[in-house]
Each structure stands twice: as C-alpha cells, then as structure tokens.
Design a protein around this ligand. Structure first.
Ligand code: ADP
Length: 490
C-alpha cells in the first residue's frame, strides 16, 4: 500500500509534538513532551535546543512506530514557534548556547538605539516588521556580541530558527529555512528571496552563518536513514501562525484567523503584494510555493494563554486553566476590574517593550472571580484594538476564525464575538497549526496539487454570534481604553 500518512512536527513554545495525520486530514495519533522554560533574569526567556531536538525525535519515533514504520509515512510537515533563535556548530549539530526565545526582551536597548537613529521606517518598509526585540535579527546580533565562544566557532557557526535547526538535525546537515520563518528575522526584505546586505550589516551578521531561504512545500530534504529506519521526505514547513492560517483555509484576501495559545496572533490574508501598515501592524509572508509568495497582515499579542498560566502557577488564583471559565461565569460582570496583561511588554498595536501589567478598578467587593473574568475579557479587548488597527489599514474583518488552546473556553469565545461584534468561527478540530503543516506536506509530496485542494482535509466549525447590549459594549470598551492608556502613560 502506498504511504498515506503525514507526520507533523509541531514544535511550540511550551511543548513539542509529533502528530500523525491521514491524507484525509484525520488525526491518527499524537505524542507530546513539555519543554523546560528558562527565565535567567527579568525579561529573559531561553530554551535548550538540545532538549527540543531530543524530545522531538522521541515523539517522532513513537509516532512512526505507531504508523508501522517509516515507509508508511508519505511526508513530514514541520511547524514551529517563530523568531526563537538557535546557534549551533555545523560539525556536530550541537547547540552552542541556549536558544533565545521570541518572548525575550534582552535586545530592547539595541532596538531602541536603532530607533533613535530613525531606522524604524526603513526597516519597516523593507521587512514589514517594527523595531522590537521580538524578531530574530537583534537576538543573533546579541549572541555574536555577548558570547565570544560562539562567535569564535567562525566558519562552522550556524544560526537558524527552530524549524531550521530541526531540519538540520533531521537531514544531517541541510541548512535551510522556509520563507515564512525567514520573514520574521528582520534580515530579509519582504519582496526578496535572499538575505538583505544592508540589514546584515546593520546587525553585523555574517551571511554564511544563515540558512538558504526556501519554499514552504516541496522537496525540503530527507531524514537520515538511521533516525527512523528508512529516510522520510520533508515536504512542508511554515511558522506556527502561518500554518494555522493555512489550516483555517484563509486562502482569499481578507480572510482572517486568530490563534490563542501562549500569545495571540491574528493574520489576515493580503494576497500577492506585501501590505504596508500605517497602524503598527506587521507585514509577513503567509506562504511561498513555487517561488510565489502570498502575504499577510499580522497583529501579535504577546500575552494570551500565558496570562492564565501565570494566574495559575505564579499567583495561584486558579488550579487549572478551565477553572477560569467557571469563575468568569460565576459573576454577572467584571465589577469594574480591568487587567492589562503587559507581562512582557505590550505588542500590537502599541509596541511598548517596557510596559508592565496592571489590574485596576479594585475595591472591597472585588473577588478573584472578577479578576479572572477581567483576565479573560482582556483577550477580547486586545483583539478589539487590533480590529480597529486592521480596519484603519483597510482590512475589515467580516468574521474571525479562531483556534489555539484557549478557545476551549466557551465563555471567552462568546465574549470575543460580543466585543468584536462579528461572528466568530471555531473549528471542530482546533489543532489548525498542525493541520496547516500537514496540508503543506500533503501538497509538497504531491498528494494534492494546491493548498485549496488540500482544504478537504479541514473539518467543520461552530459559529458564535454577538449577543451584547450596545450600552454595555461601549461602557466596557471605555473601561478598557482607560486602563490601557494608564499602562502606556506609565
Ligand atoms: P502553545 O501552542 O502556544 O504552547 P496552546 O495553543 O497549546 O499554546 O494553548 C495553551 C494555552 O491555553 C495555555 O497558556 C493555557 O493557559 C491556555 N488554556 C488552555 N485551556 C484553557 C481554558 N479552558 N481557558 C483559558 N485558557 C486556557
């Protein structure tokens, strides 16, 4: 029987997974390993790339065993946490220092210095990105400046985002990155296919340390025979948010998805021309097939599910994430409490790297249920601010397709529809990131001709409609605005 299964590697911020999909899009199995988060100091977030590799390999081996061997797998699709940067030795494939994670703010000063030289407009018009520590370029620069032992590796030094590192290890030395991940480095002009000399000079990064930029689907390499018993073709690769946009079938201009995981990321398909935001949104590559790019406008919210995790693990207000829904439902309103979750600065559309979080409107009748409700409400408000920015950039959302771990929370989904005042669609299968990677791999191995054809892999969805009174809506928006203004002013 011809190989009919797709193996997806979904390497997220908090865990790494391997998942088996049928060519029909049905999930056949999943293996997951949690990843250790390192917080060496305020604002610093690191991962151990060796741990990511070992755990990814383990998950893949278990899934391949379940499939009945490597020959049953038609192709591998990879999707990954974006922007996080790994430095490794090309000879051994071993990481040379801890990976700097997308949430890490250590390069805020470097970015501010470039802003002070008025370089942001040039960088934005070239890369579609804003000068923020979030993106990989300043992280690579920091490693080269602060880790002499890494810089000393010279010709054998390699940098890459996580999919690039995993492909290097899986193939035994193929140094590539797909165009979606490349578009988050701040080192590639959006309308070019290679690294930009001016940007490389600005961050002082040698070109030879960087991977080749390739399509998101096709022949991206073969796994080393010894890893899984027989080589498997790698046929799909995209950053997690782009993969989710594909998994939500946003193939027409204007179609929009929002993923609520650790952070929340909203992408609108912008078609064949790179969009230019005047409202502090990002332009990015949605996918590249046969050298042709489709672009997206993106709003990146740094804190979403991580707020619930923080309230659970650090503050102890809840015992498990789902309890947030019970508590939010237990009170009739937020009791005047607003929580602005600027726990690692505040992202789109404000971009204030040094902003800190606030809980305001407290009084003696405030209970923990009000605070939890305010935390969940913050998701809808943050999205509302982005909707306003997207609209000012000429992109009105007609509806919003949502996914990610947080959308298991029905209360939050209804609140989102209420505050955005548009229908919100939640797919029956919410692992859209992995599904998008499976769709890319299915196209890359020739099982489907186009991504549109591959959308038969997608199941149905449930729609939530707005059901809030206009006065309540405007009062809540006003309350949020006051709270955000307070955070931005401090
Ligand atoms: P990632 O892929 O970024 O690691 P996921 O998409 O797996 O994240 O989502 C996990 C996040 O969703 C966690 O931060 C968790 O706190 C949050 N979460 C999970 N279930 C709920 C729930 N019922 N209500 C609110 N938040 C939830």
């Amino acid at each position: 029987m011809a190989a009919q299964l797709i193996l997806v590697i979904d390497e997220g911020t908090t865990s790494t997974r391997a998942m088996l999909f049928g060519i029909d899009g049905k999930l056949r199995g999943s293996q997951q390993e949690e990843l250790q988060q390192y917080y060496p100091a305020t604002g610093l977030v690191e991962h151990d790339a060796a741990e990511i590799w070992t755990k990814t390999l383990l998950c893949c081996q278990k899934m391949i065993e379940q499939a009945g061997g490597a020959e049953k797998i038609a192709a591998i699709g990879i999707t990954n946490q974006r922007e996080t940067i790994v430095a490794w030795d090309k000879r051994s494939g071993e990481p040379l220092c801890k990976a700097i994670v997308w949430q890490d703010r250590r390069t805020a000063d470097m970015c501010n210095a470039l802003k002070a030289k008025d370089l942001e407009p040039t960088i934005q018009s070239k890369t579609g990105l804003l000068l923020d520590p979030y993106f990989s370029g300043s992280k690579i620069s920091w490693i080269l400046q602060n880790k002499p032992e890494v810089a000393a590796v010279g010709d054998n030094l390699a940098f890459g985002t996580i999919e690039s590192y995993l492909i290097y290890r899986l193939t035994g030395g193929h140094h590539i990155t797909d165009a979606t991940n490349a578009s988050r480095t701040m080192l590639m002009a959006l309308d070019r296919t290679d690294w930009d000399d001016e940007l490389l000079a600005l961050f002082d990064i040698p070109r030879k340390t960087l991977p080749a930029i390739v399509d998101c689907a096709g022949d991206l390499g073969k796994t080393c025979k010894e890893l899984f018993g027989a080589p498997i073709k790698i046929c799909g690769s995209a950053g997690d948010q782009q993969a989710a946009t594909i998994g939500q079938a946003c193939f027409s201009e204007g179609e929009t998805k929002a993923t609520f995981g650790t952070g929340a990321f909203i992408l609108t398909n912008s078609g064949v021309k790179p969009p230019h935001s005047k409202n502090r949104l990002l332009s990015t590559v949605l996918y590249q097939l046969n050298g042709q790019r489709i672009y997206a406008l993106e709003g990146s919210v740094f804190v979403a599910g991580s707020l619930i995790q923080w309230l659970r693990d650090k503050i102890g207000l809840i015992k498990y994430a789902g309890e947030s829904e019970e508590l939010a439902r237990s009170v009739k309103d937020n009791g005047g409490v607003y929580l602005v979750p600027a726990l690692s600065g505040i992202g789109a559309p404000y971009w204030k790297a040094d902003a800190t979080a606030t809980i305001s409107g407290l009084n003696f009748s405030t209970t923990k249920a009000h605070i939890i409700r305010a935390a969940l409400e913050a998701m809808a408000y943050q999205c509302h601010d982005l909707k306003t920015a997207f609209s000012a950039d000429g992109t009105d959302w007609q509806n919003l397709r949502i996914d990610g771990g947080m959308v298991a929370n029905d209360w939050m989904v209804q609140d989102l529809s209420d505050i955005l005042n548009i229908p919100v669609e939640r797919p029956d299968f919410i692992e859209t990131t992995a599904l998008g990677a499976a769709m890319l791999a299915a196209v890359g191995c020739g099982a489907y001709e186009t991504l549109q054809d591959a959308s038969v892999m997608i199941a149905g969805f449930e729609t939530y409609h707005p059901a809030i009174e206009a006065t309540q809506h405007s009062a809540r928006i006003a309350g949020w605005k006051k709270a955000v203004d307070g955070v931005l002013a401090s």
